[in-house]
Ligand binder design. Structure first.
Ligand code: SF4
Length: 325
């Protein structure tokens, strides 16, 4: 998918988020930088525990403090420093300009409120200019729910998982966000529904022109929907660039390992190569390159020296030896 030249919406620069204090705080996000333009989709990919979800929450200052702490860096949203916004501006940003959808729709929807009441609440907070009854039906229609009037009268438990996720997306769209943060939006759904939801997000993005930050552990999912991809490991981005470049020619050993872990039907007779070992404890990151205990290409230097960003054309990589691999 080609990215069009658009205005910058979000710039994250050397962001650090830590949990706990003392000598060994957990470095959940450890100096990451990326940007996102209007109407663009950036996929943030990595295993559980790599820092993706904390990054997502940090964008609208949703990391609970304590135990969390913004330990450095900056988040600029449309030129404003999110870390310095007043409480009132922050309220406008959350659920308004920046909307979220999460993995488990059943835990994000209020079980004792009908769908229409929940959508009403979103519209009351962010779009007082519209006729709520009409808009609720429009929103449910545009996320592909059949018989929207009937769905609006239902409670969440009366809907399937896929329908609940569509309602969540409708709630997120109710404020006409400029940025939609979708944190593992399809993980709890079965495979056919996953594909439908991703296709829906891509078509809604075209319709509403919003940017999407898609958080996923599955690099295989991003090919159809993302313009760019950033791969995260141990709180750092280790490789980022245009999606076709990263998927066709991954250069960081961790990106390669993630791709090898994607199930394929063709070629490798359906085999999947898991990644050996575990994501390190963010309180005790290994010295040198944090991936070295799991990396098939690690050399002595990797155990002592932390790799720095290297940029070539529009790809950034954090590995000592990426040009030789
Ligand atoms: Fe592997 Fe070394 Fe590159 Fe880290 S720096 S990814 S350990 S080769």
């Amino acid at each position: 998918m080609q990215s069009e030249e658009k205005n910058e919406l979000l710039r994250v620069n050397e962001l650090r988020v830590q949990f706990g204090r003392g000598e060994n705080p957990a470095r959940a996000v450890d100096g990451i930088s990326f940007d996102l333009r209007e109407g663009e989709t950036l996929a943030l990919v990595g295993e559980s525990g790599s820092g993706k979800s904390v990054t997502a929450l940090a964008l609208a200052r949703l990391v609970p403090q304590p135990p969390g702490r913004y330990a450095g860096g900056a988040i600029e949203y449309r030129g404003n420093d999110v870390l310095k916004l007043s409480a009132e501006n922050l309220r406008e940003l959350r659920g308004g300009e920046i909307a979220y959808i999460f993995q488990e729709p059943s835990s994000s929807l209020n079980p004792v409120m009908r769908v229409s009441e929940q959508l009403h609440e979103s519209l009351r907070l962010h779009r007082r200019d519209v006729d709520p009854e009409k808009e609720i039906v429009e929103l449910l229609k545009c996320v592909g729910l059949p018989d929207p009037q009937n769905v609006a009268r239902k409670y969440p438990h009366e809907l399937s998982g896929g329908m609940q996720q569509r309602v969540m997306i409708a709630m997120a769209l109710a404020s006409r966000p400029k940025l939609l943060v979708a944190d593992e939006p399809t993980t709890a759904l079965d495979v056919t529904v996953q594909a439908q939801i991703l296709t829906l997000l891509a078509s809604l993005q075209k319709q509403f022109g919003m940017a999407i930050l898609l958080i996923t552990h599955n690099l295989g999912l991003v090919a159809e929907v993302a313009h760019r991809v950033a791969v995260m490991y141990a709180g750092k981005i280790v490789e980022q660039g245009p999606v076709e470049k990263i998927l066709r020619d991954p250069r960081h050993p961790y990106t390669r390992a993630l791709l090898a872990a994607v199930p394929r039907l063709e070629g490798s007779q359906g085999t999947v190569q898991g990644i050996e070992g575990l994501v390190p404890d963010p309180r005790h990151l290994p010295p040198g390159c944090p991936f070295h205990p799991r990396c098939a290409f690690a050399r002595e230097k990797c155990k002592t020296d932390e790799p720095v960003w290297e940029t070539e054309n529009d790809r950034d990589v954090r590995c000592h030896f990426w040009r030789e691999l």
